[in-house]
Design a protein around this ligand. Sequence first.
Ligand SMILES: *Cc1c(COP(=O)(O)O)cnc(C)c1O
Length: 619
Amino acid sequence: MTIQYGPYITIDLDKIEHNARTITALCGKYGIDVCGVTKVTCGMPQVAKAMLRGGVACIGESRVKNIHRLKANGVATEFTLLRIPPLSAAEDIVTSVNMSLNSELPVIQALSEAASRRGLVHNIMIMVDLGDLREGVWPDDLLPMVREVVELPGIRIGGLGTNLSCYGGVMPSEKNMNQLVEYACRIETAFGIKLRYISGGNSSSLNLIASGKMPRAVNHIRIGEGIILGRETVHRVAWPGTFQDAFLLQAEIIELKEKPSVPIGDTSEDAFGGKPEFLDRGERDRAILNIGREDVVVEGMKPVEPEISILGASSDHLIVDVTEAENVRLGSELAFFMNYGALLAAMTSEYVEKRSLRDKEIVSEYRSIVLTEILPQRAPDSDRILNIDDLTAGLNELGRSIAERRQIQGNAGIVAEAVAEIINDDVIPVVYANDPNTCLGIYHGLALSLPFFGTIILSAHGSGITAFTELPPGPGGVEPRLESERVAFIGLREVSHEESRLIRRSRISAYTLEDVDALGMREVIYRALRTSSMGTDGLHVTLDLDALDTTVAPGVHRPVRGGLSYREGHLAMEMIAKSGLIRSLAVVNYVPERDVNRSTAGTATEYVLSLFGKKILRI
Ligand SMILES: *Cc1c(COP(=O)(O)O)cnc(C)c1O
C-alpha cells in the first residue's frame, strides 16, 4: 500500500444512512421495497452497510466483482445484479447473486443450466423496455419469452421491471407505470404465477412515488443516486430531507498566485485538443489543485464555496479562481460537490483515496473495562498471560477501572456472546487467553455488536487470516462475516501460500516484518490506523505475543525468531492509544512453562497498560 498525497473523497456514512432512511420511509408508505444501489461506489462495503441500516431491503450492483467485494466484507443481505448478465458468466451469477435482471432468453437458458447443475434456483427479474431503449424485452415479445422461461428448470421469475431515464431520458409516468403493471398482470394470468416484485425504475421515479401517483401494484424500486447524492434524477433537484454532501471531493492547493486572466502569446490548442476562450478580468488570484482529468470528470465538479470558480483543468491540475474567497492559502484543501459522472470517475480512480467518516465521537468515552479470562478451570495465577494485580493498579492510575472480572469457558459461540454483551453495555472487553484460537469467538462477538469496526492484529502467523475470509457461516464460522478491508495484520513472518493469496484477494492490509523494517513502526501503525479506523465505531486490537521477538516474549506457542523488538511493540501500543479509538482488546498466546520468571507476562501487562495510555516511550 502506498501513502497518498493526492485528492480524496470523504464519505459520510451517517449521511448515507440518513438519506436511505428518508427514502425507504417514503417508499415504505406506499408499500415499495427499496433496493439500494452501490455501483457508483464500486461496491464499497461500508456504504452498503449504511444503506442497509437506513432500511433498504437488498443491495443492487452492476458488477459481480463488486458483489464479491461486498460479501467478502460481511455485507449480509440479498444481492441483485442490475446489469444484464453476459452469456459467459452464468456459473458465477447463480452462485453469487440472489436475483439478476434479464432480457435475453439464451442468457436465461444458460442461467437455468448452471443453476440446475448445482441444484439451485436462480431468481430473475425480467426487464421490459417501455421506450427508454436501454435494456428490456420489447412488450410484444414479452409473453412468448415468458412462455419459454416458465418451462426452464432452476429459474424462478421473481419479478418484472423496467428502467427509464437512462438512455432515452424517458420519464416515468402514470401511463408507462400502468403499462408495466398491466404486463405483469398478463404474465400472472397467462401462466398462473405470482410475481414477487414489480419494479418501477430508479431514482427518476421518486417524484411519481412522492406524488402518490405510482400505481399501487408497483412494490419495488432500485435507488442509487437518490441515496448517494440526495437527488431525484428527472430534474436533478435535491430530495427533501436528504443530504447532498455525503460524498465530497477534496484536493490541495499546490500553487497560489496572482496572474492575468488571459494567456500571453499566440494560442493554439490546449492539452486536450480544445480551443479555449478567455475573458479578460484583469489580474486574478488563481490556485492550482492536485487533481485533474485523470481523477475525475472536471465538468461534474462544483466548489462547495460559492466564491470559488473552476477555470479549467489538465490531466493532473485543476485551476480555480479564488480571488473572492477568504482564507485560501497554499496547502489548504478545497471541497467540491460531484455529479454522478464525476463521482463515478473519482470512485473508480485509484488515484483518489476514499475516506469514510462517521459523525459520532467514538471511544474515549468508554473508561471502564471488563477483564475476561478464557483459561482452563482453576488455572493458577502463574498460568495467566497478564499480571492481574499490576494491571489493576496500572489501569486505576490511568483513570480506568475494571468493572468486572469474568471467567468464560466454552466454545466460540459462548465467547462471542460474552464479548457482544460487554460491548453492548458500553464497556471495553479485555479478553485474555493462552490459546490464540480464542480470537475467532471474539471477532464474532464484535461483528454481532458493532456494525462498523476495524481490527489491528499483531501476530507472527497468518493463520488468523481465514477468520476474515474463508470461514463458512454457521457453527465455528463467523456470521455476520467481518469486514476484511478494515483489518490490518502487523508483524507477519510465517505466512503460507494460501494465506498470501487470501490477503491479496480480500484487501486485508498485511505488514510483514520486512515492511516494518522498511517503513518503520510509526509509519506502519499510522497506515494501519487509517485503514482500520476510517468510518468505524472503533478499533479492536489483538495482541498475539508471538509477534514479538522470542527474546522479548519466549513464552508462546510456535515461537519464530526475529520478531518485533520491545521498543517497536511499545511504540505500536502507544500510537494506538493516542488514536483514542480502542474499543476492544484481546491478548493471546501464552505457554506458562516456557515463560521463565514470567517475563513474557510482564511485557504483556506493560503493553496493555500502554495501549490504555501509559507513557513509557516519548512519542
Ligand atoms: C444504476 C441502476 C439503477 C439505479 O439508478 P439511480 O438513478 O442511481 O437510482 C437502477 N436500475 C438499474 C438497472 C441500474 O442499472
